[in-house]
Design a protein around this ligand. Structure first.
Ligand code: 48H
Length: 262
C-alpha cells in the first residue's frame, strides 16, 4: 500500500492558486491567441507551439475538442477525405478506409490524440473562458481579446457587474466554428460584413475552406468552419479533413505574419 506525503488542504489550495496566477501573468501577453479549441484551433495551436511561438488557446467550455468528439447524427465516428488521413498518421490515430479516399476513425480517440499533441507541442489553454470583445489598436488592427469567466455570462446582468479583462496578442485566430465569434464582433462594430456559411456541398466546401484560411482582417486570421461563415462558403457536414488542414494552414500563415511583424 502506498503512503502519501502529508501535504494537506492548504498546500493543495496554494498549489492551484500560485500555479494558475503564474500562468495567467504570462497569458496577459501572447504571440498568438487562438479563440476556440475545436479541431481547427487545436491544429493551429499545435503548429504554432511546435515552431516555438507563444500560443494561448482560449476555450469557453471546460473541455477542448469542440465538435470533434462526435461525428454526424450523434454517432461517434469521424470521417476524413484524402489527403487529410496523413494528419491522422502524424497523430497516431488508427482509421479504416471506408470507400476510395474516405477514411473513418473513432471520435474520442482522434480528439484526445489531437488535444494531447497540441498540449505536448507547448500550446497553453485557458478554459471556461469566453471571448466577448476584441482589443483594437491603431487603424483598428486587432491587438487581443477581451475575456470573462464563462459562468459570468450565464448569470443575469443585475447579479453580475463583473468587468472582463483584456489579453494582448500580436495575432488572433478565430477558430470558433459556425459562429465565427471574433469576425462577428468586428461586424458588430461595422468593420466587416459576414455572409454566413452556405448550404452543404462537401466536394466544393473542403478545398474552399482551406484555400480561404488566412488573414480576414488586420491582426485576425480565420480557420475551420469559421472560414465558411466569414466568406459565405458551403458547409461540409460531418467530415473533418478541412478542419485539420485549415488549422495547419492557419499556423503557417500566422508564423509568416509574425516574421513580417518583427
Ligand atoms: C471561447 C468559444 C467561443 C467563445 C465558441 O465548432 P468547433 O469544433 O470548430 P471547428 O471549426 O474547429 O470545427 C468544426 C467542426 O467541429 C464542425 O462542426 C463541422 C466540420 N461542421 C460542418 C457542418 O457542415 O456543420 O469548435 C469551436 C470551439 C468550441 O470548442 C467552442 O466551445 C469554442 O470554439 N468557442 N470559445 N469563446 N466566444 N465560441
Amino acid at each position: 500500500m502506498p503512503t502519501f506525503e502529508p501535504a494537506g488542504e492548504k498546500e493543495i489550495t496554494r498549489a492551484i492558486v500560485e500555479s494558475f496566477m503564474r500562468d495567467f501573468q504570462k497569458y496577459a501577453e501572447s504571440d498568438v491567441i487562438i479563440v476556440g479549441g475545436g479541431p481547427s484551433g487545436l491544429m493551429a495551436g499545435k503548429g504554432l507551439a511546435k515552431r516555438g511561438v507563444g500560443t494561448l488557446i482560449v476555450e469557453r467550455n471546460n473541455y477542448l475538442g469542440g465538435g470533434f468528439w462526435i461525428g454526424g447524427y450523434l454517432m461517434n465516428k469521424v470521417t476524413f477525405r484524402a489527403p487529410a488521413q496523413k494528419i491522422l498518421d502524424e497523430l497516431g490515430v488508427p482509421y479504416a478506409e471506408s470507400s476510395k479516399g474516405l477514411y473513418v476513425a473513432d471520435g474520442p480517440h482522434a480528439c484526445s490524440k489531437l488535444i494531447a499533441s497540441a498540449c505536448d507541442a507547448g500550446a497553453k489553454v485557458l478554459n471556461m473562458t469566453l471571448i466577448d470583445d476584441v482589443v483594437l489598436r491603431e487603424k483598428n488592427r486587432v491587438g487581443g481579446v477581451v475575456v470573462n469567466w464563462t459562468p459570468v455570462s450565464t448569470l443575469p446582468r443585475e447579479l453580475t457587474c463583473v468587468d472582463p479583462v483584456g489579453l494582448e496578442a500580436k495575432l488572433v485566430i478565430d477558430a470558433t466554428g459556425h459562429d465565427a465569434v471574433v469576425v462577428r464582433l468586428l461586424e458588430r462594430r461595422g468593420l466587416v460584413k459576414v455572409p454566413g456559411y452556405g448550404a452543404m456541398w462537401v466536394e466544393r466546401s473542403e478545398d474552399l475552406v482551406v484555400e480561404h484560411t488566412g488573414e480576414v482582417y488586420p491582426g485576425l486570421i480565420v480557420t475551420g468552419m469559421a472560414v465558411a461563415t466569414a466568406y459565405g462558403l458551403p458547409r461540409m457536414g460531418p467530415t473533418f479533413g478541412a478542419m485539420l488542414l485549415s488549422g495547419k494552414r492557419a499556423a503557417e500563415v500566422a508564423y509568416e505574419k509574425l516574421r513580417e511583424l518583427k
